[in-house]
Design a protein around this ligand. Sequence first.
Ligand code: GAL
Ligand code: CA
Length: 356
Amino acid sequence: MIRKMKSKKLKRWGTICVAALTAGALLCSCGSQQFVAKNKIHVGVTYYNQSDTFLNELLECFVEDLKDSGKDAVETTVTIRDAAGSQRTQNDQVKELIDAGCDVLCVNLVDRADPSEIIDLARECDVPIVFFNREPVAEDLLQWDKLYYVGADAEQSGILQGELASDLIKQDGSTDRNGDGKIQYVILEGEAGHQDAIIRTENAVETMKNNGVELEKLSYQIANWNRAQAQNRMQQMIGQYGDGIELVLANNDDMALGAVDAYEKSELSEEDYPVFFGIDGTDVGVQAVADGAFAGTVYNDKEGQAEAMAELAVVLATGDGLQNLEFERGKYIYLPYEKITRENVSTFFKAAVPGE
Ligand code: GAL
Ligand code: CA
């Protein structure tokens, strides 16, 4: 079994330092680094789970951006690995990517609180890391000077979602379907411990309160960013509250879509549906706003994040141009979120197609 896996990897990556394979799992060779010419770079990516819609779209953009940077006389190759929800698997993948000669790593941590092994491996072989989307705690990013982060500010996305919901509730009295002056709402939350879950929820709710919206929280459920899980949780809540839910706030578009799926499968008719808000502006999320299934969503700038990652990765790998990039606190690049409503949704269709 082990032999079979090794030969597969060898086929996939070509030259891997044999010494590293035989010396045992914990040693890394750092071997191929010195042979890499600066106009030819190999980028290694590992992300927490290949079932994640937003990240798949982000990485699609990233690969395009790297190809484009190839036009500027830097030839890039990229290897992408799925950690399938296991930090241990991801640590092994980092080892393998370094052994395969990657000049820079882009890491979307499985467990954002547990990057130490990855940082040690990279530092040992002097391979810089761009963490993305799942933000390590600040102290961890200070462990070494070649660590960076590209992402977005969770608080802002929550505020924008709260503003979208407040605006609608104020403009359209029918959102308060039972006319009791309060909005009965439920929350679909992302993974526990993820910076984009609880912070989005808190800020969305706080913003609505600050805007004078009377709220009544009926329930909240964790659905791990996942459409099928959200459908399941929403079915349970519909079972409990029937037509009594007036607003669904979801931490991302896939979970908001799962909630819509649950209503479509329920006995309720459309006039009993709540209004739905997501975050991300994935292709399906943008479509849901255009179709009127969502009242709105918040654009998580995958194009901007992918572009920043690609630019930073090339600069770090070639060792050229770092002074031209702008960072917050020396290490962070945050791309702003934007509101997506029925009125401006057409402009996001274009953005949803990489390369256009
Ligand atoms: C969030 C995004 C989610 C999911 C998550 C994964 O920023 O809104 O849809 O992709 O990251 O870490
Ligand atoms: Ca009400």
